[in-house]
Design a protein around this ligand. Structure first.
Ligand code: DC
Length: 215
């Protein structure tokens, strides 16, 4: 079974997808981690994130893999926590907009789904491009105020909520307006507004839809 989940930055997709996957006995795929890995390597090699060919070459050169807990490795080394750094976060939208970067990663995402015998995948184009025929498609939303507040609490820096909100909104704008595989909500995806809901409530809501549809 394929469960695809998309939505803007900080909507809680990873947390929810991980829990839904474990309840359903499926593997979890954090597709954003793959774009972050390419961005990390582009920056490490001193390359310009705006240069499509350089970014595509980096993407093709990396061996990306996931362990059973869904943690990414890059050429056999752990990708965490470096892929979550601020520099990576601020350049990942530019790197992920290049066709030459996306082609190989989309291929890898589909082949992981095949070799894992299904999965719960989250990102920006899981419902629209990578797994358009997924059995279940969800689009998680929340106000940027709420998303920034949650992220700031997670980071232990509540005072940074306003700066984080600006960064999230900038990334949403870039991810939604790019030419290739922009963040869009397909008409057949179920929209879940997570504002004011706990993680457990959102997970229960997704599971109810999945199980309801299975019954
Ligand atoms: O989910 P995240 O915030 O870790 O994703 C980081 C970036 O990667 C996001 O801003 C856009 C890009 N991305 C993408 O283009 N396609 C995906 N399927 C997932 C993420």
């Amino acid at each position: 079974m394929i469960v695809a989940i998309d939505g803007p930055a900080g909507a809680g997709k990873s947390t929810v997808a991980k829990l839904v996957a474990s309840s359903l006995g499926l593997r979890f795929l954090d597709s954003g981690a793959m774009y972050r890995a390419v961005t990390l390597e582009v920056l490490r090699r001193g390359l310009d994130p705006a240069r499509a060919e350089d970014c595509a070459r980096v993407a093709a050169s990396l061996k990306l893999d996931f362990d059973a807990q869904g943690k990414l490795s890059i050429d056999g080394r752990p990708g965490e926590p470096d892929i979550r750094g601020r520099e990576v976060t601020s350049h990942v939208s530019a790197v992920s907009a290049h066709a030459g970067v996306r082609t190989g990663l989309v291929e890898l995402q589909r082949s992981l789904a095949a070799s894992w015998g299904g999965l719960v995948a989250e990102g920006r184009d899981m419902t629209s491009v990578v797994f358009p025929h997924a059995e279940h498609k969800f689009f998680l939303i929340a106000s940027s105020l709420e998303r920034a507040r949650r992220r700031a609490l997670e980071l232990g820096t509540p005072a940074a909520a306003e700066r984080i909100r600006e960064e999230l909104e900038r990334r949403d704008r870039l991810d939604s307006t790019r030419d290739l595989a922009p963040l869009v909500c397909p008409p057949d995806a179920r929209v879940i507004d997570t504002d004011g809901k706990s993680v457990d409530e959102v997970v229960a809501c997704l599971l109810a839809h999945v199980r309801g549809a299975c019954a």
